[in-house]
Design a protein around this ligand. Structure first.
Ligand SMILES: Cc1cc2nc3c(=O)[nH]c(=O)nc-3n(C[C@H](O)[C@H](O)[C@H](O)COP(=O)(O)OP(=O)(O)OC[C@H]3O[C@@H](n4cnc5c(N)ncnc54)[C@H](O)[C@@H]3O)c2cc1C
Length: 439
């Protein structure tokens, strides 16, 4: 009997195959559309456990769909779509229980009336499951750390179909692994986060022309080094995309504070001759989150990301050189430090805590670019990425042993592999950034 038939028999109305609307919704992710064996959309944790049990017994790999913004299209395997797990309950002392399939925009909206926020990402549509299990870098990262730093408990369905309540006391090693180890250890049906008060916010957008990119890079770095944890910011170097879109540096910043304070903190960048446009306005945490683009763009990004422990002048020169090359190149610098760096490297599986910045460098090439062209563009991106250590898995757009090895220092990866061997020795949860079980 096929997996779909077995699932349909045991979980009537929950299993879906080709032709069903739920199948199409489950198999369509940001990066494209797959051809999985089946999509199951459980309504309860027990139904999740039943689906996991059937797939695991048949040796069929499982991918979990929360927001669908991380998975690469799945062609063989079962997708467990958590579309029914979207509840958000604000409890005593700012403890918030969030379903494993909720979206971060909905979390922000539910917390706003309470004056609370959870450090998450920049985008409304991104799922709680994928972002939280991989780390979670967003607008509150310097004040509150990563999303995983606010995580207090996870309800997890393991490969054996067991339902565990995982926290620092019940299963400390598994709780450590879940905070950065991705979807390797089971299906997270519920998360409990500690939300924090988010007071008055003010946001700034500053566009620069391309006349002196090195000066913008240095001024931004210096402002963020001197700035308080309440100041968060990213700097994007946009490539020119035709006459209407000349490209150039774009700074976005948010401060828990008021406009005068933000202007004072940003004064060195606002004084630069290349400033073209400035807008500064009061905001809310929810308003800072953006809608995701409809899907992966129709061209190829060639480069990668990494954590920069020290944004030296040499590192900034390499970034400026990568941006200035002939190939259109997009660069993103995200200020870290603050609360992100006050977490010990071995406290969670996201270990590169000494980073002051996350750097993404991508050359833009046509989808059908030759291997030779791709190799040249990759080398140009790598020259800037040479100043990084490690890779942020949530922003890595390919899977593979090399990518997984770059996401963790060797000792962290070995520790994760030991947890994987205990929880999922058959490696049923291997369809994302795969951590192979220790032998
Ligand atoms: C437009 C866009 C904007 C982004 N912005 C940010 C940002 O600001 N900050 C940031 O840190 N990241 C950001 N990301 C990256 C994002 O964190 C990852 O892509 C993340 O994996 C997406 O989570 P998801 O739940 O939407 O993805 P999904 O595709 O649903 O899942 C991704 C992975 O996590 C696993 N998984 C998901 N939910 C569960 C669960 N409940 N239990 C077990 N495993 C699960 C899946 O099996 C899969 O391996 C962005 C990505 C995109 C495409």
């Amino acid at each position: 009997m096929s997996l779909l038939s077995e699932l349909s028999e045991q979980l009537p109305g929950r299993a879906h195959g080709p032709g069903a609307t739920e199948y199409d919704a489950g198999r369509t992710v940001f990066a494209g559309v797959g051809e999985p064996d089946a999509v199951v959309r459980p309504h309860t944790t027990q139904e999740v456990a039943a689906a996991v049990g059937l797939a695991a017994a048949a040796g069929i790999p499982i991918a979990v769909r929360s927001g669908g913004h991380g998975l690469l299209p799945v062609d063989d395997g079962l997708i467990i779509d958590l579309a029914e797990f979207t509840s958000i309950e604000v409890g005593v002392g700012g403890l918030v229980s969030v379903g494993g399939g909720a979206h971060w925009g909905d979390v922000a909206a539910a917390l706003a009336p309470h004056g609370l926020g959870i450090s998450s990402g920049d985008t409304r549509d991104v799922g709680v499951g994928g972002l939280a299990l991989g780390g979670g870098i967003g607008w509150l990262v310097r004040g509150q750390g990563l999303a995983i730093d606010a995580l207090r408990e996870v309800e997890l369905v393991t490969a054996s179909g067991e339902v565990l309540t995982v926290n620092d006391t019940t299963h400390p090693e598994l709780f450590w692994a879940l905070r950065g180890g991705g979807g390797n250890f089971g299906v997270a049906t519920r998360f409990v986060f500690q939300a924090s008060p988010v007071g008055d916010l003010v946001s700034a957008h500053v566009n620069f022309d391309r006349s002196d990119v090195p000066a913008v890079l240095r001024a931004w770095r210096d402002v963020m080094r001197a700035g308080p944890d309440e100041l968060n910011s990213s700097l994007i170097l946009m490539p020119p995309m035709g006459p209407e879109m000349p490209g150039g540096p774009q700074l976005a910043a948010a401060l828990l504070g008021d406009e005068a304070q933000l202007r004072a903190l940003l004064a060195p960048v606002l004084a630069l001759a290349s400033v073209a446009e400035v807008s500064i306005a009061p905001s809310t945490y929810g308003e800072l989150l953006e809608d995701a683009p409809p899907g992966r763009p129709p061209f190829r990004f060639v480069g990668g990301n990494g954590f920069v422990p020290d944004l030296t002048d040499a590192a900034l020169d390499a970034v400026a050189a990568a941006y200035a090359r002939d190939v259109p190149t997009m660069v993103l610098l995200r200020a870290l430090g603050g609360a992100f760096s006050r977490v010990a490297p071995d406290a969670t599986a996201v270990a590169f805590r000494d980073a002051e910045t996350l750097l993404i460098v991508n050359g833009v090439v046509p989808s059908d670019a030759t291997d030779e062209h791709v190799a040249v563009v990759q080398a140009g991106s790598d020259a800037a990425l040479a100043f990084t250590s490690g890779v942020y898995g949530n922003f890595a757009t390919t899977y593979g042993d090399e990518v997984t090895a770059a996401m963790y220092p060797p000792a962290t990866l070995e520790r994760l592999r030991r947890v994987k061997a205990q929880l999922d020795p058959g490696n049923v949860f291997r369809l994302g950034h795969n951590i192979t079980p220790a032998s």
